[in-house]
Ligand binder design. Structure first.
Ligand code: SF4
Length: 534
């Protein structure tokens, strides 16, 4: 495999059996981006460890020698706009982009990853099947189920695979609409043997993911990644990383995480601790102690965003001595009222303390992360954010402050899935920019247009697939999407419907047939608790 010769593997690929299934596992972006995805690494290793498969990898800029007749083609989709490359890859491999156009001679095309687990519907017509939820057990179940129907006609294969919990075969569900440009009416399986609801799968093992390959060509050069926690117990009401991946899982530090890190240290000194809420691991302190051992002296440590009230001086000091200069905390808003609405359990004193601890521990900068346009937000809430940032600057002088700020985007399976993007969010980002930059606070807004596209895909239904196919011809700007919405007027709802409209809670949602960790009744209850505070 000369194209991947800079890699150090941390697992042993097995020899494939003579009758192994030829499978291509693709990442619809460059090698550098794809190989930095822990999910891609782990799934590749899992597939390459099965003797009944012969696995080739494909990225947009390089690939293994590909089989002439692959039976399965898989994609890991981590970023919404990578669908453009996904469609390009299908075309290059001469596979019809729509599942309906494929026949027995084409491979079964499956997808997985965070974008598809949240809401696969805008992409549903491009896949024969989608794996929903954690892949650890599900991938094995998929391959084993495929082996039993390998020689059968394609439709029988799909019917059989649709029986496996977590495998969603979109073509076996019929979606009807109140009008071509109206809301959904019903989503029903085509046959009684097909489950009406597909349950996302939850992995319950004692370990989580760790890097299976280290390479200097990764976007984070030579990084060895360790997933310290999965999900987050905090349930901030907009948060997909919490709601979609519950329950909160924490492997043992002594028995699992430290041995995993030691394995990585044999090949690199760059360690990344990943997870939605890393510092909430109940034994996080013991993990920090590990990094004070002499064997970790040369470690360059990166850590994902941490909860504000877990920023201790010890944490800051350990990061500072391991080549990290700043720490990121998500405050979402400076307004106490708005933080209550979103269920962010955080008081201003903990924010000041986090800043003081960061400085005392030797870090030079504190990055805060906020959002504009949250449901229930008023202008007074933005003024509160400005006031809070100014107060931190005053109380902890000398610490460089950055506020990264995105626009609220509704996500499926969260209590805020029914709320639209507030159009005034764009002006509110400008307000923050004006008032923070003048105070010497680095303000980094995320593009509002990008948030609109994200919301479109996040709440999209199957009708969007026609729009996505056309838009890629025009480029990925918001203008291109608007242009195609005009071209398809009357055939699907307008952009405003998907992005900005608040949806009634009794509507059938595009993902109503896909069951996340919490029932809809719980999401509604959490939504009502928020609305009561508006
Ligand atoms: S603390 Fe962070 S990861 Fe946890 S629910 Fe809130 S926003 Fe999500």
């Amino acid at each position: 495999m000369p194209v991947f010769d800079s890699e150090q593997l941390l697992f042993q690929p097995v020899m494939s059996a003579a009758d192994a299934v030829p499978l291509i596992f693709a990442f619809p972006n460059t090698y550098s981006v794809g190989i930095t995805s822990l999910g891609y690494q782990v799934v590749w290793a899992l597939l390459a460890s099965r003797p009944d498969l012969v696995v080739s990898r494909l990225f947009t800029d390089r690939a293994d020698d590909l089989p002439a007749a692959p039976e399965i083609l898989g994609f890991s989709l981590s970023w919404e706009l990578d669908y453009v490359h996904l469609l390009d890859v299908l075309e290059q491999l001469e596979i019809p982009v729509r599942a309906a156009g494929r026949s027995q001679e084409h491979p079964l095309v499956f997808g997985g990853g965070p974008v598809l687990s949240a809401n696969p519907e805008p992409f549903a017509d491009f896949f024969d099947l989608v794996l929903l939820g954690d892949g650890e057990d599900l991938l094995h179940q998929f391959i084993e189920a495929y082996q039993t129907v390998r020689s059968q006609p394609r439709q029988d294969q799909l019917r059989h695979l649709a029986q496996v919990p977590g495998i969603y075969v979109p073509s076996l569900y019929n979606v009807t609409y109140a009008a071509p440009d109206g809301p959904l009416e019903k989503i029903l399986p085509l046959e009684s043997a097909i489950p009406a609801q597909v349950q996302k799968q939850t992995f319950r093992g004692n370990t989580l993911s760790t890097s299976t390959v280290v390479t200097p060509e990764a976007a984070w050069e030579n990084i060895y990644m360790v997933e310290v926690v999965r999900s987050c117990p905090e349930l901030c009401r907009f948060c997909l990383a919490s709601y979609l991946t519950l329950p909160f899982r924490t492997p043992s530090v002594e028995q699992t995480l430290i041995p995993a890190i030691q394995k990585g240290l044999q090949v690199t000194h760059r360690i990344g601790l990943l997870g939605a809420s890393v510092t909430q691991h109940p034994e996080f302190d013991a993990l920090l102690d590990f990094f004070t051992r002499p064997e970790c002296d040369a470690v360059r440590l990166s850590i994902a965003s941490v909860r504000t009230n877990t920023v201790t001086e010890k944490l800051a000091h350990i990061l500072a001595t391991h080549d990290t200069r700043s720490i990121t905390i998500a405050i979402e808003s400076g307004s106490d009222r708005l933080r209550q609405i979103i269920n962010k359990k955080l008081d201003p004193d903990s924010i000041f303390e986090a800043a003081a601890h960061a400085k005392a521990g030797g870090l030079s900068s504190l990055k805060l992360y906020g959002m504009a346009g949250l449901p229930g937000e008023t202008e007074a809430d933005l003024e509160a954010t400005v006031a809070l940032l100014k107060a931190i600057k005053q109380k902890v002088p000398g610490l460089r402050l950055t506020l990264g700020c995105s626009t609220f985007v509704p996500k499926a399976h969260t209590p805020f899935q029914w709320f639209g993007v507030q159009p005034q969010a764009e002006k509110r980002l400008q307000f923050l920019q004006k008032h923070l930059r003048s105070q010497g606070i680095d303000f980094r807004p995320e593009s509002y247009s990008w948030s609109v596209i994200q919301a479109l895909i996040s709440r999209g239904d199957r009708r969007l697939s026609f729009l996505l196919e056309r838009t890629r011809q025009y480029g990925d700007s918001l203008g291109s999407y608007r242009r195609v919405f005009k071209e398809l007027k009357g055939k699907l709802p307008p952009l405003d419907f998907y992005v900005h409209q608040d949806w009634p809670t009794d509507w059938v949602l595009p993902w109503s047939h896909l069951q996340g960790p919490l029932p809809q009744s719980t999401l509604l209850k959490h939504r009502e608790e928020a609305v009561a505070l508006f």
